[in-house]
Design a protein around this ligand. Structure first.
Ligand SMILES: C[S@@+](CC[C@H](N)C(=O)[O-])C[C@H]1O[C@@H](n2cnc3c(N)ncnc32)[C@H](O)[C@@H]1O
Length: 238
């Protein structure tokens, strides 16, 4: 991931942390961008994904730990880099997770937030935004938590409130290979709504899923633009 490699050009070798890592999608990119001799750890609080993640991380020589980002077991100032990728909208009390990430980051270390956004997107990307929002609503109805996809300015505001310096914002587009996966998910969208059959929301969400599938046929589907926010933790005064 070229944008990440460019951002981390000046990073010191050491430990890097990916919070909300799922199966390591971002952690593996982080590992490629870190200097030789570094070690990347991914954490996730979903025990269902734990065993699969553990195996994937081991295969790549990285560490995985089942851990809540809001209550981390790492000492203060442990990591050269901390990252949260496409996970902010999955966390209801995200302030606590961001504060924990700051705590375990070394002064001068890099804080990275990567998140897709829904505004200013072309027709094919709007199909992705609508699909993502519908998936989030289904997840909530099934007991999970996901808020609506953020707008770009909302992400910027959250990041600007963190006590960081040398802050940068980079908009980037994933490679087309990821769009094919979205198309596969789109074909299953109306079937996914069957998981809430019998619930009051079922009829409206089924109609919405069918409309998103129709729009996908018409406009195609393309991943929304992502905003890669980066900044360095301020060194203690004195
Ligand atoms: C959409 S996935 C992100 C995947 C990956 N980081 C990426 O960039 O593609 C969000 C992940 O965040 C995890 N998650 C949500 N809240 C969390 C928390 N408080 N602590 C750790 N992980 C959390 C979920 O279990 C899920 O695996």
């Amino acid at each position: 991931m070229v944008v990440l490699q460019e951002l981390l050009q000046g990073v010191r070798p050491g430990r890097a942390l990916d919070v909300g890592t799922r199966l390591g999608e971002f952690a593996f990119r982080l590992a490629e961008a870190m200097p030789a001799g570094s070690q990347v750890t991914g954490i996730d609080n979903d025990p269902a994904a734990g065993a699969k993640a553990q195996a994937k991380f081991q295969e790549k020589g990285l560490r995985f730990e089942l851990m809540d980002g809001g209550h981390m077991a790492f000492p203060d100032d442990t990591f050269e880099v901390v990252a949260l990728s496409n996970t902010l909208h999955h966390i209801e009390r995200y302030g606590q997770v961001l504060a924990e990430m700051l705590r375990v980051l070394k002064p001068g270390g890099y804080f990275i937030l990567n998140e897709m956004y829904r505004d200013g997107q072309d027709a094919a990307q709007q199909v992705h935004a609508a699909q993502h929002t519908l998936e989030a609503r289904l997840d909530c109805l099934l007991g999970g938590y996901q808020r609506e996809t953020w707008k770009r300015e909302e992400i910027v505001e959250i990041f600007r409130r963190l006590p960081l310096e040398d802050v940068t914002f980079t908009d980037f587009q994933e490679e087309a290979v990821y769009d094919a996966k979205l198309e596969v998910k789109n074909r299953k969208l109306a079937d996914e709504v069957e998981k809430i059959a019998g619930r009051p929301e079922y009829g409206a969400l089924k109609q919405e899923a069918l409309e998103i599938q129709r729009l996908c046929q018409k406009n195609g589907i393309r991943r929304c633009t992502q905003l890669l926010c980066a900044g360095k933790k301020r060194q203690a005064a004195g």
